[in-house]
Design a protein around this ligand. Structure first.
Ligand code: IMP
Length: 425
């Protein structure tokens, strides 16, 4: 089986755990979008640490890990993760493959990200400052981009970097009054990156095609979530890659028809980090209750996440756009103790009611949620192993989400551990 797992909300849905479980049965795990803005916590022995770029399969010593062409690779972060895994006696030699066409995030991208956000002030997007937007902007602009394949020819890279630095310095000086960057310093880092990462660079599209011919099972792992998708999310409050399942094919070179199942991951409620509309947000004691119980603080930036009720309109839209077959609903245990639970079933916009997710942010900003309400539960769900053993109120809540979002929930998360995941028969 080939699976593709993506988030259906604004990221942080708990994809890591679903991917981790499926990775146990997969020969290859593929990242296809985003970069070090993503983050998932992995547990090795008794230790927890966050991976930002490395595919989740990295912790399993026979799984191949592919970083596809659609990923924005920050070499410094990737090297740190390789070293971190090595300290835990996990070697990725011979099983990490980085696309020669993946674009590289360098220091000046992070600097540009930070400077732009500072200048925007209150109008900022609330990015992770990982240089993601500026790196993808260079990719689309083409003339000043650096890709992993460039590390193979450092003689050609040096003049290329000099050209980029000249261009960036004009921008830094004119727009931000910032100190100039220096080619020598950037090049010196690139030499080190090339030495460390060179052995992993390859034609990953070919590798994946061959893997499919060889009958290997492949797991495609999305980063962020569909509502942060550059084209289909809440633009401009999105990330700079296609974070829905639609980004999979372009981001690794494998056609969607070769994927057997698209699994969309949601939380039992909704969260968002950074700016942008969030119709079901609960900026009150309910939101705080969810934040505290769900430990809703960013893995990458540590920022508190905005919390709110499950938005069935938004999730239904994401599922439909991404061709989602089944949904994994995580963090159900977090909702215990709330007297009643709400699910947004429609929006009221300019006095009219709609079940359609607006494609422009100005409309979404005006949307007021119309909720369906159901009883909450107090029971601890953490030991439940079988779907039908879940309390009635929990099953009713799931049924309500399914009905409103028009997607079947087949996996349920009732706690942080891998074992606290229920597969519905
Ligand atoms: P960027 O991807 O750093 O440019 O940030 C753009 C928006 O996407 C901001 O609102 C970020 O908070 C959000 N974002 C980026 N990556 C993640 C993620 O992995 N989880 C949740 N939100 C993210």
């Amino acid at each position: 089986m080939n699976y593709c797992v993506v988030g259906l909300q604004w990221g942080d849905e708990g994809k890591g755990k679903v991917v981790d479980i499926l990775a146990a049965e997969s020969d290859v795990v593929v990242r296809f979008n985003g970069g070090a803005n993503a983050g998932h916590t992995v547990v090795i022995g008794d230790e927890k640490f966050a991976l930002h770029l490395m595919p989740s399969g990295a912790v399993r010593d026979r799984t191949w890990c592919v970083i596809g062409n659609g990923v924005a690779v920050d070499p410094a972060v990737l090297i740190e993760e390789i070293d971190c895994l090595a300290e835990e006696n996990i070697s990725i030699n011979g099983r990490l493959f980085i696309s020669e066409n993946a674009h590289i995030v360098l220091d000046y991208h992070k600097q540009e990200d930070r400077l732009r956000e500072e200048v925007l002030g209150r109008a900022k997007l609330g990015t992770t400052i990982r240089g993601i937007g500026p790196c993808y902007a260079d990719k689309v602009g083409r003339s000043y981009a650096v890709r992993m394949g460039d590390f193979r020819d450092l003689d050609a890279l040096k003049p290329k970097l000099a050209n980029i630095v000249e261009y960036k310095n004009k921008i830094f000086s004119a727009l931000y009054d910032a100190d100039p960057i220096k080619t020598e310093e950037i090049f010196a880092k690139c030499v080190e990156y090339a030495q460390r990462l060179g052995p992993f660079i390859s034609n990953t599209t070919q590798l994946l095609h061959q893997s499919i011919l060889d009958g290997k099972s492949i797991l495609f792992e999305g980063a962020q979530g569909a509502l942060l998708d550059l084209d289909h999310g809440t633009f401009p409050f999105v990330t700079s890659s296609n974070a829905s399942s639609l980004g999979m094919s372009a981001g690794c070179g494998v056609p969607a028809r070769l994927v057997d199942k698209f699994i969309g991951v949601v939380k039992a409620y909704t969260t968002r980090v950074g700016a942008g509309p969030f119709p079901s947000e609960q900026d009150n004691e309910i939101g705080q209750y969810i934040r505290d119980r769900g430990n809703e603080y960013g893995t990458t930036t540590g920022r508190p996440r905005r919390c709110g009720w499950f938005d069935g309109v938004a999730a239904g839209y994401s599922a439909a756009t991404g061709g989602i077959d089944e949904v994994a609903m995580m963090h159900l245990d977090t909702l215990a103790g709330l007297e009643e639970l709400k699910v947004c079933r429609a929006y009221r916009i300019n006095g009219g009611e709609t079940k359609l997710f607006p494609s422009n942010v100005a409309q979404l900003e005006k949307a007021e949620c119309i909720y369906e309400t159901t009883a909450g539960w107090d029971q601890d769900l953490s030991e439940v192993k079988i779907f039908d053993d879940l309390p009635r109120a929990v099953r009713d809540y799931i049924a309500m989400v399914e009905e409103i979002s028009k997607v079947p929930v087949s996996i349920v998360g009732v706690g942080p551990k891998r074992s606290q995941t229920i597969f519905r028969k």
